[in-house]
Design a protein around this ligand. Structure first.
Ligand SMILES: *Cc1c(COP(=O)(O)O)cnc(C)c1O
Length: 462
């Protein structure tokens, strides 16, 4: 299986290079040359298979012969044994025909764990085979950093430097990063915004000297392995509800569009999907793209669902590439123009193709609060603000068949907002109940690229 860049100016590579490389060297994103297929009989069989076995099958379809099935299965079993629920992504019913897939039973209580746990093991496996040691630099608006630290702590082949904007993430989010005691982890509170952190990471990746000196790598949501790992729970949840005999719809709280794009991938691999509803908060760039045919970034507004406070959804480039008939020249033109002007008018044929599968709805803060309250009153389930955005979006859309809402965070990750809305303070699961008492360890640095690059260099040497 070869992976091509959406911008067409980078050589095709295998799965291993696509995963370790992250972004393609021409600035595009890797996509498989052709979508691997999973037969209806196999999909039906997923209904009662252990999650790790389905994961090894689905990720294995992308890895092809580059990783042995036995190795991949072992990595998947280890990765998903860190989850506190044996089903890994269990379904809970909210009302007839409406289910939530709880994707938050991993170590950092957010769905990012589903991909990051396997990604860390893939990195360790592939890098130790090559005798390499990489440095992962990541900027986080909250959940990616915690998931990355949980997944990579103590791993021999990888060091992690996590940058977060000081004072702009929740205490629980910060503590998932800063309480790690392993020496391969460094956390930095940056005196600036998340955008400042992201700009510094971008600057570091463009610095060829630093890049080579520390063998820099990234695990943000453009890494194709994350898409492959996230496609798995579309298969397992749909199979539980009768796929492939029954078409299922999905509703996905979206920011960078990685989760929802994984649903598209599952669909292209043969899973019958009725519709995917892309739910956003008031940062509605994706909702507008799917409803109005115009992808245009606006002003960033902070909300209760901070993991979705995004105005440029990196993975949208993958869908665009697919829907313009895989025309890399056109995709490169469109996204270079977007970088400059901040908007793309979707070509009518591409927009029509997107609408075959996708719909979008944006949800206000008031609606998010009301939905946390009504869900608790009607079902007894406490849901987090990101999940509430998706449930609220669903109330304003008509979808066919049974619907699965992707529940991307545990309510205890956002205790203040959940308690303010519902009057109920969610409790941390057993095992991490002492999170607030564990000692923290992090450094504070100004939002200056040179200072932070020097820090990364020194940490990698030390
Ligand atoms: C990252 C995240 C999202 C958004 O997922 P994307 O793949 O970026 O669209 C939604 N909810 C939570 C809790 C997240 O951490």
């Amino acid at each position: 299986m070869r992976y091509v860049s959406t911008r067409g100016q980078a050589p095709a590579v295998g799965f291993v290079d696509a995963v370790l490389g992250g972004l393609a060297p021409d600035g595009g994103l890797y996509v498989p040359e052709a979508w691997p297929q999973i037969s209806p009989a196999e999909i039906a069989g997923f209904a009662d298979m252990p999650y790790a076995e389905v994961a090894a099958r689905v990720i294995g379809a992308f890895a092809d012969h580059e990783i042995s099935h036995a190795d991949l299965l072992e990595m998947c079993q280890e990765a998903y044994s860190t989850f506190t629920h044996s089903a890994v992504a269990p379904l809970t019913q909210l009302q007839p025909g409406l289910f939530i897939a709880e994707l938050f039973h991993g170590p950092s209580l957010a769905f990012k764990d589903v991909a990051m746990q396997i990604l860390a093991r893939l990195y360790d496996h592939l890098l130790s085979a090559q005798g390499r040691r990489q440095t992962i630099l990541c900027a986080t608006s909250g959940d990616t950093g915690g998931a990355a630290v949980e997944a990579f702590r103590g791993r021999k082949s990888v060091r992690v430097v996590a940058l977060f904007p000081e004072g702009r993430i929740s205490e629980v989010q910060r503590r998932f990063m800063t309480t790690a005691t392993e020496s391969n982890i460094a956390c930095v509170a940056v005196k600036g915004s998340f955008d400042d952190c992201q700009a510094i990471v971008k600057n570091a990746f463009q610095d060829q000297i630093l890049r080579q000196a520390v063998d820099l790598s990234g695990v943000n949501s453009i890494n194709f392995a994350r898409i492959a790992a996230q496609a798995v729970y579309y298969f397992t949840t749909a199979a539980s509800l009768g796929a492939p005999g029954r078409k299922v719809s999905f509703c996905v709280p979206s920011g960078n569009f990685g989760d929802a794009f994984a649903g598209y991938a599952a669909h292209k691999m043969g899973l019958p999907v009725a519709k995917i509803l892309v739910a956003t908060n008031s940062n509605d760039v994706l909702a507008k793209a799917f409803e109005d045919g115009r992808y245009a970034r606006g002003k960033l507004t902070p909300t209760m669902s901070p993991a979705m406070d995004i105005q440029s959804a990196s993975n949208f480039e993958r869908l665009y590439f697919e829907c313009v008939g895989r025309e890399a020249t056109e995709t490169a033109r469109a996204f270079e123009a977007f970088a400059k002007s901040g908007s793309i008018d979707l070509p009518p044929a591409a927009f029509a193709r997107m609408r075959e599968l996708f719909r979008g709805v944006a949800v206000s803060e008031a609606d998010t609060t009301r939905t946390m309250v009504s869900t608790l009153n009607q079902t007894g389930e406490l849901i987090d603000p990101h999940t509430a955005v998706a449930v609220a979006a669903l109330r304003r859309a008509e979808l066919d068949g049974p619907v699965v809402v992707m529940s991307t965070a545990h309510p205890a990750k956002f205790p203040e907002d959940v308690a303010k809305a519902t009057g109920v303070t969610p409790e941390l699961p057993r095992g991490i109940a002492d999170l607030a008492k564990r000692p923290e360890r992090f450094d504070r640095l100004p939002a200056e690229a040179e200072t932070i690059k020097a820090y990364v260099h020194a940490f990698a040497e030390g």
